[in-house]
Ligand binder design. Structure first.
Ligand code: AHR
Length: 502
């Protein structure tokens, strides 16, 4: 008998799953940029790590956010363009560039290197401008340097630096965590700053007729802050037409639990914290809908993922890549699919070597972490129409939890394309296997071709990846039976399945 029943409401469309929902974030922090994406002694004359570029290209990542993070509000982009030997070395107020390093920034990797990296990976760049310690002129100049095609000093400087054509950078963040490391601002203060920046950066857009800019404001997990920010932004003489295309928040989870030392009760708590993403999305969307509409202002989860206590500033925010973390990513990607009507982008933190990175490196090796495998398994959802699913699942309460929270032990989401329905199912129970029954409304499964894959069948939740075992975490074929019009699948504890029905 099945432990969980999933009904896919194939005709109940939610919205398109924007490919950008599978986006990524990279910061000048620890070994993310230096050693991770770029290394001055690389055989590649551009300094790029071909092994990492190749892994990221294979994943077809849709967007990459840079240069921070907290670092974005300490970064002056002109330090990082022009001949490398002439670029100033500066302190990095927030982060060292590796466990043994001083908190200094060489500026060897700057705007042109980042945008070339994006071209090599085949991804859309997203630049975060400095609001905390910068000024609107600096931000507008950065847009001009990157995107302007006319006869100005800044456009010419880009040409001299090797890029004749404008880059056409579409996504521009104005600040980062401006309630915290980006200037400790009140929501009203940030709203006024945002309006100033958006005026100058938005007006630059008028000079670049073929480059539609999308402006991004940084919100907060404290939702009252978002409401006050939006009311103040909306209070401008522009009415509802203010240039704000997306509002973001950051959600990290797992701050009290190192996976290798934790037990199954802690795993449950961790996964419940990950699933709180749903509440944050709904609350930020509600704040937007109170002053405008989520059709006009999209929700971006600009930074998300696990952040365990062993990831500290001293070690460059490095933590092991485990199956449990990957399982949380699957649970969160299901939440994202279900909220495709409001989500325009999300960026997991961070691309290489930092926090819940997808790729890890040491000097000579680069390998995919279990979270990379989850993104790969979920890739068929990108660009599809998400449809509603109902999941009847057992739950487990958290011992001694003041809020009586419960973990749903099975999760799922589904999407449809012209000739395919794609369903992802997670067994979030780290103790027991689950028999799962999946019904697709209005679909005769006997006439369909069904292919399924499963991740982590042979691994415990605390299994850690390294250079030698990385290939053991790849997806394997999963047997799925069709019985009385339903798909029946057996999912061992802490596994993730992707089922394609054509
Ligand atoms: O990703 C690490 C840090 O987390 C970022 O710099 C900041 O935006 C967030 O607090």
């Amino acid at each position: 008998m099945a432990n969980a029943r999933i009904t896919v409401h194939t005709a109940a469309g939610i919205d398109r799953i924007e490919p950008e929902v599978h986006g990524h974030f990279s910061e000048h922090l620890g070994r993310c940029i230096y050693e991770g994406l770029w290394t001055s002694d690389s055989a590649d004359e551009g300094g790029f790590r071909e092994d990492v570029v190749s892994l990221l290209s294979d994943l077809e990542i849709p967007v990459l956010r840079w240069p921070g993070g907290c670092f974005a509000d300490d970064y002056h982009w002109e330090d990082g363009v022009g001949p490398q030997e002439e670029r100033p070395r500066r302190r990095n107020l927030f982060w060292a560039q590796g466990p043994e390093e001083l908190p200094e920034e060489s500026n060897a990797f700057g705007t042109d290197e980042f945008l070339e990296l994006c071209e090599r990976i085949g991804t859309e760049p997203y630049l975060a401008a400095n609001v905390g310690s910068g000024d609107p002129q600096e931000a507008a100049d950065w847009v001009e340097y990157c995107n302007y095609d006319g006869d100005t000093e800044l456009a010419d400087r880009r040409r001299e630096n090797g890029h004749e054509e404008p880059y056409g950078v579409k996504y521009w963040g104005l600040g980062n965590e401006n309630w915290g490391c980006g200037g400790q601002m009140t929501p009203e203060q940030y709203a006024r700053e945002y309006r100033r920046y958006a005026t100058y950066v938005g007006t630059m857009d008028n000079l670049m007729l073929d480059h539609e800019l999308e402006l991004i404001a940084c919100g907060f997990e404290g939702h009252e802050w978002n409401r006050r920010f939006l009311e103040e932004v909306n209070g401008s003489p522009w009415g509802v037409e203010f240039p704000l295309d997306h509002l973001t928040l950051h959600h990290y989870y797992g701050r009290t639990m190192n996976v290798p030392e934790a037990d199954e009760e802690k795993y449950d708590q961790f996964l419940v914290e990950a699933l709180e993403m749903e509440d944050h999305i709904e609350r930020i969307a509600a704040a937007i809908n109170a002053v405008a509409t989520t059709d006009d202002i999209g929700v971006i989860i600009d930074e998300w993922g696990s952040w365990h206590p062993e990831a500290t500033a001293d070690n460059g925010l490095e933590q092991p890549g485990t199956v449990l973390d990957a399982l949380s990513a699957a649970a969160v990607l299901d939440v994202f699919n279900d909220h495709s009507d409001v989500l325009t982008m999300t960026n997991i933190a961070q691309t290489v070597n930092v926090l819940q990175c997808l790729v890890e490196t040491d000097e000579d090796d680069a390998w995919a972490r279990p979270t990379y495998r989850v993104f790969d398994l979920y890739a068929p959802h990108k660009g599809n129409e998400a449809v509603q699913t109902s999941v009847e699942t057992p739950t487990r309460g958290l011992d001694g939890d003041d809020e009586d929270r419960e973990l749903p032990l099975v999760g799922a989401s589904a999407s449809v394309a012209d000739d395919e329905t794609y369903v992802t199912v997670t067994n979030l129970d780290c103790r027991e296997r689950k028999t799962v029954d999946v019904t697709l409304e209005g679909m005769d499964l006997d006439s369909k071709s069904i292919d399924a894959e499963i991740l982590f069948e042979d691994h415990d939740p605390d299994a850690e990846v390294d250079a030698d075992n990385a290939e053991e975490f790849t997806a394997e074929e999963l047997d799925v039976a069709v019985d009385s019009g339903s798909l029946i699948a057996e999912l061992p504890a802490s596994t993730v399945a992707g089922i394609s029905i054509r």
